[in-house]
Design a protein around this ligand. Structure first.
Ligand code: JEE
Length: 260
């Protein structure tokens, strides 16, 4: 899978992409993550990506011309020079017309926004099946509405709290999607993803030492009785789910048993 990330802070992703499983997946070629600096599509001396809102009000808005140009470049694998200054029309670089255009056919393109639909494991699974993803990170008070209309195929929120931009949500999505790509996790984890265990919160986990600050490990876990271990884990998972996330059990507006 290829994932393109559009952001004014490409450096923000250095840690998440170069650490742990995501770094391993990239090194193995399971995922190709490409970062793009939105300022590469600006036209003015100050490389402005924001402007004052029409109608007035506090704060600034991400410019639609910059974002549309950036999206069309990345969708079509064209350099910024091919799409800058194309606010009024699709890019025309003199050769074949671009395969993907704003408002037309385009790869799955996620625009992060507090008003989007919440990121769930169901959406993560759906996105993990795509060949390409384009993730658009805004900042300031949000993005020109025409980008939502012309560029986004999906408007997604990380959750019901306000961040300062889309970068944290994009990093979360990359982690969640990459761990589902073939060969990134072992078979045990993939199997667990499909199983009944997936409908509940995680049961407690223990490792050495056997005693920590006076607290011991539940004896069933060292009994060697696999059926008893499985029953104990199921009971603890149900208990925890009922206490913390009853919405996962009762089907009244929560993520639903198959989501987590
Ligand atoms: C993208 C800019 C900042 C701050 C105003 C806030 C008024 C946008 N789960 C998530 N929370 N926040 C984001 C997110 C935040 C973003 C951008 C994603 C681009 N910002 C920003 C304030 C406001 N509104 C809500 O109440 C009404 C808007 C996010 C995700 N994904």
């Amino acid at each position: 899978m290829r994932i393109d990330v559009l952001t004014i802070f490409p450096g923000y992703f250095a840690g998440p992409l170069d650490t742990s499983l995501v770094a391993t997946a990239r090194a193995r070629g399971a995922v190709d993550v490409r970062l793009h600096d939105l300022r590469d599509w600006t036209t003015d001396r100050h490389r402005s990506v924001d402007d004052a809102p029409y109608g007035g009000g506090a704060g600034m808005v991400m410019r639609g011309d910059v974002l549309v140009a950036a999206a069309e470049s990345v969708w079509n694998d064209l350099p910024p020079s091919a799409t800058v200054g194309t606010a009024g029309a699709p890019a025309d670089v003199g050769g074949a017309p671009p395969r993907y255009v704003a408002g037309g056919a385009r790869p799955r393109t996620v625009v992060f926004t507090p008003r989007g639909r919440p990121l769930t494991q169901a959406l993560v699974r759906e996105l993990a099946d795509e060949d390409r993803l384009v993730l658009v990170c805004g900042r300031y008070e949000g993005i020109d509405e025409r980008v939502h209309e012309l560029v986004a195929t999906d408007e997604v929120s990380l959750g019901d709290y306000v961040l300062m931009g889309g970068e944290v949500a994009a990093a979360a999505m990359v982690e969640a999607v990459v761990r589902l790509l073939p060969g990134v996790l072992g078979n045990a984890a993939s199997a667990a993803e499909e199983s009944f265990e997936g409908g509940l919160l995680e049961h407690p986990l223990y490792t050495r030492p056997p005693e920590l600050r006076g607290r011991t490990v539940p004896p069933v876990l060292t009994s060697g009785d696999h059926a008893a271990v499985a029953a104990w884990r199921r009971a603890r998972a149900e208990e925890r789910t009922r206490a913390v996330r009853p919405d996962l059990l009762d089907g009244t507006g929560g993520a639903g048993p198959e989501e987590v």
